[in-house]
Design a protein around this ligand. Structure first.
Ligand code: PHE
Length: 451
């Protein structure tokens, strides 16, 4: 029997859940380390351009596809393209990309859970400098038992929420967690910028030096924009499919993109002023926040408690993202094969866990196993973020702009958004047809050395 398709309880419910999907490790863990590795303020500017010019219009397009068809990514493309095999395969690519992202994303989410435990046991209590935190991080992340147990634990949490159903589980969780996370980050930013020597960090974030920007950097900024917005693989499409046509879609999209961008920027301001104050280098790669933050808390009164709360919130922010990733796969199984949500949650949770084992071991026993010079973790991340997501984005734009067609898309977009200025809608249509696909293509080709 088909389970009835649920809908969000309110517009806020949709925004919070989609923002919950968008805000996660991508903002707090990944964005700062990419900024540190790829040139500070110049990278941030590049990122902001990608988010505004390509990200926001494609977010609108992707949610619109889901809301119109009210189905999972594959079903939505099938319906709106009248069964065209090419467009169905775009949906398939999306679901597969979600599968890959979830497998390695969940490993890092597991680390954040592990750091909750380390914080509770007081492990960081007398750390004076990031070097000590870095040593502990290296020790933990290379320990197979530690990383696989938390990887398993985190997947179990994700499955448990998916198991209980969409609106009840996701909506409730997001409503409380996001504002809490925001408050704690603001406290950390305040601490960071008032440390002695923090000014160099502010300069690092605000004064752009474009000499370090290469073609490759542009692709990384674009990939990160997609990754951070949960864009290009059907997560927003799936959440949009639970959205009612009475709601203002463009407005919701703007809120989601704004929240995601603000949290990423805050994460930058939370790390770099403190980092420079402690005399550290910005290009520390993926361990960055795990090296810096545990130490910053030691300079805050009540730091022990704040540190625990921070890692709990980080884990929860990651959880609202892993939920959205798993939900894409589950909604597909439910819609297409009328299978039970509960059984599918357990089955796919297990499969994704297994796929995540090689990336989980990439920091220890399998660190020497490389493909094209990348570890499993590096390869999964590169392929998904810098290839499949932008590819999904280009296809979304071409589908809405040309194949399904702007003539059909615009009236759908106007539903619930009757008061939006026609010029804005026209601009969106223009960007989706011409600007977004062409820009993504240029970034792709130039990073391959073709342009
Ligand atoms: N946007 C999430 C984050 O920044 C990650 C994610 C990517 C979630 C793709 C869903 C789909 O943490």
């Amino acid at each position: 029997m088909t389970e009835q398709r649920e809908q969000w309880g309110s517009r806020l419910g949709f925004i919070l859940a989609a923002a919950g999907s968008a805000v996660g490790l991508g903002n707090i863990w990944k964005f700062p380390y990419l900024v540190g590795e790829y040139g500070g303020a110049a990278f941030i500017l590049l990122y902001l351009v990608c988010v505004l010019v390509i990200g926001l219009p494609v977010v609108i397009a992707e949610i619109l596809i889901g809301r119109t068809a009210q189905k999972n990514p594959i079903g939505s493309y099938r319906e709106l393209s009248n069964g065209n095999p090419f467009w169905i395969s775009v949906g398939v690519l999306g679901v597969a990309t979600g599968f890959i992202i979830l497998s390695y994303y969940n490993v890092i989410a597991g680390w954040s859970l592990g750091y909750v435990v380390e914080s509770v046991t007081g492990r960081f209590h007398d750390f004076q400098n990031p070097g000590q935190a870095g040593e502990l991080f290296g020790h933990l992340s290379s320990n197979p038992v530690w990383s696989i147990s938390f990887h398993a634990g985190f997947m179990a949490l994700t499955v448990a929420i998916i198991y209980t159903g969409v609106t009840r589980g996701i909506e409730k969780a997001s409503k409380i967690l996001m504002p809490l996370l925001l408050i704690l980050m603001i406290i950390l930013v305040c601490r960071g910028v008032t440390l002695e020597g923090a000014k160099r960090g502010m300069d690092y974030l605000l004064k752009a030096d474009f000499s370090a920007i290469t073609k490759q950097t542009v692709l990384i900024a674009l990939g990160q924009a997609f990754f951070s917005l949960s864009l290009g693989m059907g997560a927003l499409l799936t959440y949009g499919s639970y959205m009612s046509k009475k709601e203002n879609l463009p407005k919701s999209a703007v809120s989601i993109v704004a929240v995601d961008t603000i949290i990423a920027l805050l994460a930058g301001f939370m790390i770099f002023p403190a980092l420079f104050a402690m005399g550290e280098h910005p290009d520390q790669g993926f361990p960055l926040i795990f090296n810096i933050l545990p130490v910053v808390f030691n300079s805050i009164p009540g730091g022990y408690y704040f540190r625990i709360i921070f890692f709990v919130l980080l884990a929860l922010a990651a959880l609202t993202s892993t939920i959205s990733l798993l939900e894409v796969i589950i909604s597909y199984m439910i819609d297409e094969f009328e299978l039970s949500r509960k059984k599918m949650a357990i089955l796919f949770g297990t499969l994704v866990f297994l796929l995540g084992i090689p990336p989980a071991l990439s920091f220890g026993v399998m660190s020497k196993v490389t493909i094209f010079g990348l570890t499993f973790f590096g390869l999964f991340d590169f392929l998904a973020t810098n290839v499949f997501l932008p590819l999904g984005g280009i296809c979304t734009a071409i589908f809405v702009g040309w194949f399904w067609g702007i003539k059909k898309a615009l009236p759908q977009l106007r539903e619930g958004a009757e008061d939006t200025a026609p010029l804005l809608l026209k601009t969106w249509a223009f960007v989706i047809r011409y600007i977004a696909p062409v820009l993504i293509l240029i970034v792709f080709l130039s990073s391959l050395g073709i342009l």
